[in-house]
Design a protein around this ligand. Sequence first.
Ligand code: NAD
Length: 260
Amino acid sequence: MLSGKVAVVTGSTSGIGLGIARALAMQGCRVVLNGRRQTEETESLRAEMAAATGSEVIFHRADMSKVSDIETMMAGASRDLGPVDILVNNAGVQHVSPIEEFSTAAWDLVLATNLTSVFHCTKAVLPAMKQRGWGRIINIASAHALVASPFKSAYVAAKHGMVGLTKVTALETAEKGITCNAICPGYVWTPLVEKQIEDQARSHGIPAERVVREVLLAPQPTREFVTVEECAALAVFLASDAGKSITGAAIPIEGGWTAR
Ligand code: NAD
């Protein structure tokens, strides 16, 4: 169904991005993996995915908080594999702190990585998608694109912004065979979540061992983490022909969090 399509997945060396890249490669997509640095570990990830799926998988390094890196990566992806058919804007970072203590550097990094990169990647792929009359842009937002939590000012602002940008992109491309949607996961157990346990404990004034039950899973009525595989399956559906009339949507996959 997606055989031969060229897919770029930003921030795809771990967690949700890695899962989506693998699922797209399983569907026959030719995949560009991305991370800040090219290392032996990223090379073995790439080789393992190519061997397991039989699809072409390449790696392009780019720091997604830097415009020049993004432009170089997107040009390299088209040069190496051809025009991009599927763009998954997944790279993201988190910073947990009350606003008064939130450093300007942390604010700038979260906004650049989680929001501004989406603008630059989208801008890079649209001309060729419009020319060929087909494209899928899938933005990995968050339940925090729909509702807020304390101590996550930059993240919540960036993810809400991502949904706004998703809607504008959808409207500008609606008659061109292109869709743009945001996937809004609740908590998924990945390095991004693991790394925030200590900061959440400090900000909420509770011990780290209480964070999972009392902070992370408290707003999720299912009381279970969403899985990487569930997010990947949704991304594959949105990329498929069955998803062609879904555009401009912010789709929750959060165990009922935003039903409250
Ligand atoms: P993760 O830390 O495993 O993945 C984030 C990825 O982004 C990593 O591969 C990381 O290397 C990459 N990245 C970060 N900064 C980068 C930069 N400057 N340049 C290039 N790559 C960079 O965490 P994850 O949970 O898989 O997060 C993936 C996306 O899903 C993020 O946008 C995150 O906000 C979103 N999300 C995660 C959850 C969750 O609970 N885990 C929930 C909702 C949304």
